[in-house]
Structures are given as C-alpha cells and as structure tokens.
Design a protein around this ligand. Sequence first.
Ligand code: FAD
Length: 386
Amino acid sequence: MRFYIELDEVSDELLDKRSVTPENLARAANRILRPYSVEVRDVGWWSVYEIGQRLCDKYDDVPVEEMATRIPRVFIAGDACHTHSAKAGQGMNVSMADTWNLGWKLAAVLRGTAKPELLHTYSEERQAVAKELIDFDRAFSKLFTGRATASGDSAREEVGPEEFQQYFTAQGRFTAGVATRYTPSMITAEATFQHLAQGFAVGMRFHSAPVIRLADAKPVHLGHVARADGAWRLYIFADHNDPTGERSRARELCQFLASDASPLRRFTPAGADPDSVIDVRAIFQQGHRYLAVDKMPPVLLPRKGKFGLIDYEKMFCPRPDDDIFELRGVNREAGCMVVVRPDQYISHILPLQAHEALADFFAGILTDATEQPVLVRERRATVHER
Ligand SMILES: Cc1cc2nc3c(=O)[nH]c(=O)nc-3n(C[C@H](O)[C@H](O)[C@H](O)COP(=O)(O)OP(=O)(O)OC[C@H]3O[C@@H](n4cnc5c(N)ncnc54)[C@H](O)[C@@H]3O)c2cc1C
C-alpha cells in the first residue's frame, strides 16, 4: 500500500528535528481514514515532501523586456520552474510536456529549418500551462485539507465526498493532459476558421480518429501514424467532389503544393525528403474502394529516401461506421486544411482555397531554404554529424 498523508502545516522546526516519524505518519493516516483503520506493521520507505506552489516568471534567460532583441540560449523545464502538490499526479506529466514542447523547437532551430524566434514560444506556452496547473492544485489541495474536517477541526471548511468527486471528474480532461490550449502566437493562429472543423480545436492537441488507409485498406488511427520526427503535418480534409476531377478544391490545393510557390518547395532544404519539414496527408470523403491510388496528385505520392521510392501512406478514407468527418465536425461541403505542429498541437485551420494564407503562415515560422546563407547549411551539416 502507498499512502500520501496530508500533514497540513508543518513548522520548519518540526521538520528539522525529524519529528515526523513512521509512527506519527501511521497515526495521521489512521486519523484520516476514520472510521476505518490500518495496522501498520512495516514501513518499506517513507519521506516528507514539503508542498510549495511556486512558479518561475520565465523558463529561459531572456527577460520580457529584451525579447525583441535577444534569442534565448538557456532553458529550464519541469520541477525547476514549477512545483506544487503531488495530489493530482501532474508533476512529471507536465514536466515531460515541457520538454516535448521544447524539443522539436530546439531541433528545428539547430537544423536551421525554423527561425530562432520560435524559441521564445517555449516559455510563453509552458509558463501559462503551469500557471493553470498551480491554480488547479491550489483548489484541489484545499479540498484535501477540507476533508480533514472529519477529524473535528471546525476551523476548516467542510467538503463532502460528493463535492470532491465532482471536482475531480470535472477536471478529468485537465488531469488527463488533454485540456491544454495554447493561445495565439507565431505558431498558433486565431481560430477564424474553427467552424470548418469544430472537433479540431485550434491550440489544442490533434484529436485522433480512426480512418482507412487508401493504399492498403488498413484501418489506422490518423493521429497515431504521425511520427515524432519534427515535421509539421498538413491534413487536407477534402471537399466532397471527386479528388481526381476538375472541381475538386483538394486537387487544386495539391497542385499549388507542387508548384514553385509551394511552402514545401520553399522551406524544405535541398536534398531532404519532400515530407521532412511539411508532411502533407489527405483524407477523402469517398470510400477506399472508390478511389484509384495511382490517379491521385503526385504531392500525395512523394518519392523518398535513398532509392526514391514512393510513400503510399499519405492518403486516407473514412470508416463507414466511424466517419472522421462526422466525428470531428469537418464541413463536408467545403473541406478544410488542418495544420498540426510537430508536437501534435493544432496551429491553424484554413479553407482549402487559402493557398497564400498557408504559405504566409509557414513563412512566419520556417526559414526559406532557397535563401539560406551558406553558414547555416554548414552548421546543419555539423549538427547531423554529431
Ligand atoms: C511524493 C511524490 C509523488 C509524485 N507523484 C507523481 C505522479 O503520480 N505523477 C506525476 O506526474 N508526477 C508525480 N510527482 C512529481 C514528479 O516526480 C516530478 O514532477 C518530476 O520528477 C519532475 O521531473 P524533473 O526532471 O523536472 O525533476 P527531478 O525528477 O527532480 O530531476 C532533477 C534531477 O536533478 C538532480 N540534481 C539536482 N541538483 C543537481 C546538481 N546540482 N547537479 C546535478 N544533478 C542535480 C536531482 O538529483 C534529480 O535527479 C510526484 C512527486 C512527489 C514528490
């Protein structure tokens, strides 16, 4: 058995003298569990953890007033910048999410594919999440302390088990780590076109759904087939027209993506795989038996790797029983583009015909591979070697 025993206020003196003993802890546990009791025969390990709700202003070395002129070079993550109680089981989870957020940004800047200003978004995004966590933790810890009223301490606010349970259930998405919503920034657009895909909330994690892969009719989860490889994902939710026909807006978009004005051309370094910076995937409305793979636009059949083999795994169709368009509220008439960051958070939703807006959005984040100074190319080579 493992017990987390709330001791409430413990003076420094008490901790210094190590008067918190296994026996005292067993007594406190029994007081909390009343009218039940436990007989503690052996304590395998115990420790005292002092709850401190603390949060750093910044997770990097650049003060707010210098952000316009300096790029961060030192970052902190996890308990080094936020501490709170262990009650909701969030500390490690949120800490890992910090470094998940930082990792792809650092990699992109070091490889020279993204602008160094991207690094400012790490502290901005994660500090706000930790603030929410600490607010949640304050309220949650108070409920725990409130439960101690069963011991007869009338000075504390009484909290019934129902209220406790309700609060925990209501916060379920938060404690499951899927409630994070990043606010508008250089990598998160305003949710102007949210109505085109209600179930893919801009700023939140891409909510996966089942689909059928066109090339081999294999049922897969759309979000699960994306690798953590640092690439952006552009999901094209096709309009209802035949994707091989003249009237298809999805097809027009694919033609744009294959043109010289395409963000794929502009931001993919020479010699790199065509999907290494922006990975384009399409989800059609037709069933997989009604579409011919070889008739699809070439941008959805990219040639990759040493031997230039075709990657056939970029196209998907809905499952008849669990249609992704229905599940995620995607507008069938218009379709849409969903731009997803390398860490699987949704950056932008755009109409299929918003070609320039798409290119402009990426231009604010990625570096133009055609204009890169030689120095950056050399630096990238060095990073790869290492
Ligand atoms: C009782 C308890 C229960 C918890 N339960 C959960 C839970 O159920 N779920 C959850 O998500 N989280 C839980 N947490 C929180 C979780 O353990 C922390 O949030 C998480 O470990 C933070 O990871 P970190 O890498 O930021 O810091 P740490 O894990 O603290 O790692 C920091 C490391 O740096 C080392 N270090 C410190 N100073 C130096 C130095 N000068 N030189 C070299 N090394 C140094 C330390 O020894 C340590 O190994 C719990 C915490 C406690 C105390």
